[in-house]
Structure formats: C-alpha cells, structure tokens
Design a protein around this ligand. Structure first.
Ligand code: AMP
Ligand code: MN
Ligand code: MN
Ligand code: MN
Length: 273
C-alpha cells in the first residue's frame, strides 16, 4: 500500500503509467497518486483504472497554511470528477502561477539567472509548478551544489529566494476534499519543524475541521515521533495513513511502496474507503 506519491503532473519524474508499473513491481496492491494541487495525473488514468496493475485510489496533496507554516493535506478516495474540487484546484494552480512569477523575479535579480521563465517552463513542462522546479534550476545554474542545498541556501523561509505563502486554510482544503466524498489526511507532520505542543495543536485543529487521518508511516519518521503522533491521533480519533512521498527513482530514501506497515494500534484510514 502507498497513499502518497508524485508523478510528472507535479514534481515527480515518472508518468502516472510508469508510477503504476513501478508500484506493481514493488509489490504495491493499492496506490494513491497525490500530486501537488492537481489531479490531472489521476484523471489521465481514471477511465482505465479497472485495467491497471494496482487498485488506484484518487489522491491529491493540497498546500495550505496554518499559523504561518505551509502544511500539506492529502485528500484520498474522492470523486475526481467533482466540479467544486476541480475549480478549487484551478484556484490553487493560479496561486502556484503567481508565486512562480515572484520566484522568477527573485532568481533573476538576486541570483543573476537569465531567461528564468523559459527555463522553468521547460523544467515544469506544463505541470503544477513547484519550488522543486526552482531548486533544480538553481542547481543546473551552478548556484547550489545539490537540490537540498538549493532549498537550505535560497528557497527556505528567511532566505533570499523565499516567498510568502498565500495558501488557503486547512479548513478550506479539508472541506473541499470532503464535499467531493473523500477523506483528509495530514501529511508528514514531523517535517514542519513544529514544537511538540504546536504539533499537538495542529492535530487538534485538523480534527476539529473534519480531518480524518494522519500519516504515521513515512520515510525518515523516528520511532519516538511515530509513538507521539499515534498518542495524539488516539486523543482526537484520527486514523492512520502511510506513504512513501516518492518523487524520483533516484530518490533512494523514498522508494515507491517501500514504507513501514501501519502500527497495529492505529486504525487504518482505508477502512473508510
Ligand atoms: P511547493 O509545494 O511548491 O512549495 O514545493 C514543495 C516541494 O518541494 C516538496 O513537496 C518537496 O518535494 C520539495 N522540498 C521542499 N523542501 C525541501 C527540502 N528542504 N529539500 C528537498 N526538497 C524539498
Ligand atoms: Mn514534492
Ligand atoms: Mn508534502
Ligand atoms: Mn508529497
């Protein structure tokens, strides 16, 4: 099972078909494709989902903001033809476009990169424009030695190519997922650099606005953090989800489908599917 991964439709490098084939080869039976703020990859497979080598669950990873942090909400098992959800994702894409314009200016003026727009469009190839595309460009231009350095030196909060986030609230994202018949899952809670008490508050707020689950098995999560998340999840009746957050075959720490099973003491989110 893998309920969090990316394709070429956002910042992954494989096509949805290739993701399905790779997942199946890796022993995955049920797969959710969760691109950033787009379901175009899911829609491309949807008409032929019965013929696929895996059971496909509609998925998306929605960007939101909570207390000044970018928080990712994974939507699962919704109707991908929902018009309100599709409109909401068009709005998210517009926010991505606007943010990309600001970032292009910064890469040009602050890092001296020429023809940024052309180069970014070439990297993104019509998909959902992510900061990862900007990180790749920064590396290609020799301004950073690797992808993660591009983030830590330039794109991270407070650095010279950071951008203020305009994402909608967690509440709005959860409402959109639910009205389309899906369930909302809080993605990779330990990646937001929150204190224990703020993590607690995030899970509390998330459950109060209708969130159903929280990812507790994903790459690099520490056993101690997983235990803490499960304790909080119990308190707020949140179920457990899991996912590799796979993007590329070269991303060896997050191989498709290679994620620890859900611990026995948390209810699996897929009981709701
Ligand atoms: P965005 O949603 O456009 O802000 O881009 C977020 C994406 O950038 C994440 O999903 C990751 O794929 C990638 N990313 C963010 N921060 C880092 C980081 N520090 N190192 C590597 N990749 C990152
Ligand atoms: Mn990503
Ligand atoms: Mn994420
Ligand atoms: Mn992701």
């Amino acid at each position: 099972m893998d309920f969090h991964c990316h394709t070429r439709y956002s910042d992954g490098s494989l096509s949805p078909e290739q993701v399905v084939t790779t997942a199946s080869t890796n022993g995955v039976k049920t797969l959710a494709i969760t691109d950033h703020d787009t379901i175009d990859g899911v829609l491309s497979l949807w008409p032929k989902r019965k013929q696929l080598a895996v059971e496909l669950i509609a998925g998306v990873e929605i960007s939101t903001q909570w207390q000044g942090k970018d928080i990712h909400i994974v939507g699962l098992n919704f109707d991908p033809y929902s018009k309100p959800l599709q409109q909401f994702l068009i709005d998210q894409q517009q926010l991505r476009e606007q943010r990309a314009q600001v970032l292009m200016e910064k890469l040009h003026h602050r890092l001296g990169i020429e023809q940024v727009e052309l180069k970014i469009k070439r990297l993104a190839q019509g998909s959902s424009i992510c900061r990862s595309h900007f990180a790749s460009l920064i590396v290609n231009e020799g301004k950073a030695s690797c992808f993660s350095k591009a983030f830590s030196k330039f794109l991270a909060k407070g650095k010279i190519c950071s951008v203020k986030s305009q994402w909608p609230s967690v509440e709005l994202a959860v409402a959109q997922i639910k009205q389309a018949g899906g369930v909302a899952v809080l993605a990779h809670s330990t990646r937001y650099k929150l204190s224990n008490s703020r993590t607690y508050q995030l899970l509390k707020d998330f459950s109060e606005v209708g969130g159903a689950g929280v990812e507790v098995s994903y790459p690099a999560i520490k056993a101690q953090d997983q235990r803490r998340l499960i304790r909080i999840a119990h308190e707020f009746k949140l179920m457990g989800s899991l996912g590799s957050d796979f993007h590329h075959l070269s991303q060896t720490w997050a191989n498709l489908g290679q994620v620890a099973p859900l611990p026995a003491d948390i209810k699996p989110i897929w009981e709701l599917f």
